[in-house]
Structures are given as structure tokens and as C-alpha cells.
Design a protein around this ligand. Structure first.
Ligand code: GLP
Length: 243
């Protein structure tokens, strides 16, 4: 594992964006695995900035997202579909037909999840998967206890994730209780993985995920077994690392 320490959120975002832009420059038709949540927003802003300056070209890039709430319309501002358009896709020259999220509008969970796996396979797999880290160690929506061998599947969100995500909704009752998410197996098949983490609130889980035992109780801990993982962490998130 390659752990990169960043000064603060801005620095973390720039370093992560640098790694993603290197991927795009090295392989212009790469497949990027993308993530939502508040952590990657700065990374997306930096990529947009470099695109605007003429340094990046997304015209041949394809993207697949990690997860999506089940049951929200694409036009719902809380859907990850909306988030991705708002925070990245609408601002760069990516072909909209080359951007894929699990279809949260499809009530048939099995079909929606199998469809997402098919897309990833047909694209030839993910070159670089970006990940945030949930407060309880979840990646995508793979909550503690999730089996490591799963592919894209439907999950019931834990109470703590529903609470953590309630800040984006008008009330906690509006937070969906289920989501479609790439499984740990899908994530582990990405050729490279880039994790971004910031803030003191993540310090404990960073220490457990990247220096603790590999256990389904901390889903992100499996990343220790991946051959090409880079974690970009700001000082606060790094503050409890035992090194
Ligand atoms: C959500 C997403 C995850 C994300 C996590 C952390 O649950 N499904 O992919 O990593 O939130 O979010 P944040 O970056 O806002 O802390």
C-alpha cells in the first residue's frame, strides 16, 4: 500500500486529481471507477479546473460508479446520478453515453446489479477505482460484515450510514434504506485503487482499515490485500495511524 500524506483537504484533492489525470494521460481511453460522498468533490473540482485549462481530455474516458441509492429518480438531487452530473460530468467533455451508474430506478435489484457487472466486463474492467471511506469502514455501500466475494448487489444500509447521509436530505426519513453497490470482489478486481480520506472524524477508521487486521467488520481493510492501492490522507485523518 502506498500511503500519501497531504496537508489538508485541498492538498489531498490535488494529489488525488494528479493521480487520476496521470491515468487519463497514460491511457486516454481508460475506465475510471468513480465515487460519491463529500470527500471526492475537491478532487473532481481540480480535474474540472485542469480540463478548463486544456490539460485534460475526457473524450475517450468511460466511467462506472460504485453505487447508487435504490428508488431515487435520476432527477432527484440526492441521487448519485445527479451528483455525478453536477460535480463532474456536466463540466468536462466526457461522452454521457460512456458514464454508467447502477440503475437505481430499476426496482428489479437482480437485473440492475447484473447489468452493472455486465457494463464493467464489457468495458474491459476498471483501470483506476476512486474510493471514499465510510465512518464505519464501508467502501461503496459495503457495510461491516459484507462478504468479501460479492459482486454488485443490493444492500440494506446500516443505521449509522443512514444517519451519516441524512445531512444531505431534508429529514432522516427521506434517506433511502437500500442501495445497489459494487461488491468487494468487483472493487478488488480494479487494476488500481485510489482512496481519499480527510478529517479528524475518519482518524480512527483510517488506523483500523489500513493498519488493523483484515476483517469483514472493516470492509476497507481488504484493500491491504490489493497489489496497487494508494491512500491519500490529510493530516487529520492520518493522525491516529500507528507510524
Ligand atoms: C457514502 C458513499 C461512499 C462514501 C461514503 C463516505 O456512504 N456510498 O462511497 O465513501 O459515503 O462519504 P463522505 O466522503 O461524505 O464521508
Amino acid at each position: 500500500m502506498n500511503i500519501i500524506r497531504a496537508k489538508d483537504y485541498q492538498d489531498m484533492s490535488r494529489k488525488a486529481a494528479n493521480i487520476i489525470s496521470a491515468q487519463i494521460i497514460m491511457k486516454p481511453d481508460c475506465v475510471l471507477g468513480l465515487a460519491t460522498g463529500s470527500t471526492p468533490i475537491g478532487t473532481y473540482r481540480q480535474l474540472i479546473d485542469w480540463y478548463n485549462k486544456g490539460d485534460l481530455d475526457f473524450s475517450r474516458v468511460s466511467t462506472v460508479n460504485l453505487d447508487e441509492y435504490r428508488g431515487l429518480k435520476n432527477t432527484d438531487p440526492q441521487s448519485y446520478y445527479y451528483f455525478m452530473h453536477e460535480n463532474l460530468f456536466s463540466h468536462v467533455n466526457i461522452r454521457k453515453e460512456a458514464t454508467f451508474l447502477p440503475d437505481g430506478t430499476n426496482p428489479d435489484a437482480e437485473a440492475a446489479c447484473a447489468g452493472h457487472e455486465r457494463v464493467i466486463r464489457e468495458l474491459g474492467g476498471i483501470d483506476l477505482q476512486l474510493l471514499g471511506l465510510g465512518n464505519n469502514g464501508h467502501i461503496g455501500f459495503n457495510e461491516p460484515g459484507a462478504a468479501f466475494e460479492k459482486e454488485t448487489h443490493c444492500v440494506d444500509l446500516t443505521e449509522s450510514t443512514i444517519k451519516a447521509n441524512a445531512r444531505f436530505f431534508d429529514s432522516i426519513d427521506e434517506v433511502p434504506t437500500q442501495a445497489y453497490t459494487m461488491g468487494i470482489r468487483t472493487i478488488m478486481q480494479a487494476k488500481k485503487i485510489l482512496v481519499v480520506v480527510n478529517g479528524a472524524g475518519k482518524a480512527d477508521i483510517v488506523a483500523r482499515a489500513f493498519w488493523g487486521p483484515v476483517t469483514p467488520e472493516v470492509p476497507a481493510s481488504i484493500l491491504q490485500m490489493h497489489p496497487d492501492v494508494t491512500v491519500v490522507c490529510d493530516e487529520e485523518a492520518f493522525s491516529k495511524a500507528p507510524v
